[in-house]
Design a protein. Structure first.
Length: 392
């Protein structure tokens, strides 16, 4: 081998060594990049875990601060977590854990709450109910949470025993006050009637006595409507629901106001197909329509029109009373059904402010809803309510 050949071989060997070093370097750089990416991924996952842990601790703190009993259940109704209020309610000792695999039924021994969880898992929708537990009344709400793993159901139990007691006390007080008002109101009316028969009374005195009579009528109406409202709210009012033609209910309600509408120069139009049947207590629904008609007549100027309409809306019947009067401002439409609420001066009259509140309770006890909305051809007011049908 000549010197030149030896040099060439040596050069080729050096090149091969350098190429191997370069390839090894590139491979090491690739592994280093992979390690760095993996390290960044692990760091991000660690940060997510830390954030999740912080959120879990915050949610647990919120649960512990809640006044409601909160429980988390899996799809087999096993208790995953419960807060301090739930522990106290279901007599789980402080600081101790429930037995692994404990079910809601074993913890609460309450089938109705367990059935509520079953309904939530089957329907996938929130469910609300009211249950009795240890002589206490609870409003229960469930919520389904779908995660990447198994579905979970959250339960919240709110103790409303005191609210119900206060509600009963308020209704009883209203009923008692309304009943007690009858005696002085009757006495005032008798005294006013006695004074009217006194021939020595001047004309101005008679005018004042007429005003006193008007105020007595208002007091009497307030007392009666307060008593009616308390009776309805307490559940003591009798509602007998049966199939009845909607047109028949409307016709009887309109008969009571035909003469009043004529005196005020108003026209009442009825749009009621004879084949529409409501499942209702006819007398109570007539009262609802009567209250709505009374308002419409009171706030519609002479020459106006009042339209009563009933039509099918999905599985219910929808009644509406529309007038061409001064209307109800948009921001007051959600409040007109409150007790004693009165709108702006343009719509104030000699009413008690209880008629629409009574109408709302009657409609709700039928399983319907009532609301105020914009009329088709403003200005004017449109009050709408729904009632169930026999098919529903």
């Amino acid at each position: 081998m000549t010197l030149l050949q030896f040099a060439i071989v040596l050069l080729l060997g050096a090149i091969a060594v350098l190429l191997g070093v370069f390839i090894g370097y590139q491979a090491a750089q690739g592994r280093l990049r992979d390690l760095r990416a993996r390290n960044a991924q692990l760091a991000a996952q660690l940060q997510l875990c830390e954030e999740a842990e912080v959120r879990a601790e915050a949610l647990e703190a919120l649960g512990e601060a809640s006044y409601n009993a909160l429980l988390l259940l899996d799809e087999l109704h096993r208790v995953v977590h419960l807060n301090a209020v739930a522990r106290r309610l279901f007599t789980v000792e402080k600081g101790s854990d429930i037995a692994p695999g404990s079910t809601l039924l074993a913890l609460t021994r309450h089938h109705e709450i367990d059935d509520l969880v079953t309904e939530t898992l089957e329907s996938g929708e929130d469910v609300e109910s009211q249950v009795m537990f240890d002589d206490q009344v609870f409003r229960v709400r469930s919520h389904l949470v779908r995660t990447d793993g198994e579905p979970l159901v959250g339960l919240a139990l709110q103790d409303i025993s005191e609210l119900q007691r206060l509600g009963r006390a308020r209704r009883d007080m209203v009923a008692n006050v309304s009943h007690e008002l009858r005696t002085p109101i009757t006495s005032l009316r008798l005294l006013a009637d006695t004074l009217k028969r006194d021939e020595r009374l001047a004309e101005h005195g008679l005018w004042l006595l007429d005003k006193i009579d008007d105020e007595i009528d208002t007091l009497e109406q307030i007392a009666q409507e307060l008593l009616d409202l308390a009776t309805i709210e307490s559940g003591r009012a009798e509602f007998i629901l049966k199939p009845v033609p909607a047109a028949e209910i409307i016709e009887r309600a309109v008969q009571h106001f035909t003469e009043q509408a004529r005196r005020n120069g108003l026209e009442i139009e009825v749009q009621a197909p004879p084949d529409l049947i409501a499942m209702a207590d006819a007398q109570q629904v007539e009262r609802v329509l009567g209250n709505l008609l009374h308002n419409a007549i009171k706030f519609t100027p002479e020459g106006g029109r009042i339209t009563i309409q009933v039509e099918r809306a999905n599985d219910k019947l929808q009644f509406s009373v529309t007038d061409t009067g001064v209307g109800i401002p948009h921001d007051e439409r959600s409040r007109v059904f409150e007790r004693f609420y009165r709108g702006d001066r343009a719509r104030r009259g000699g009413g008690t402010g209880l008629g629409l509140a009574i109408a709302k309770h009657i409609v709700q006890l039928h399983g319907g809803t009532i609301w105020a909305e914009e009329p088709p051809n403003p200005p004017g007011a449109r009050l709408v309510f729904t009632l169930p049908t026999p098919e529903e």
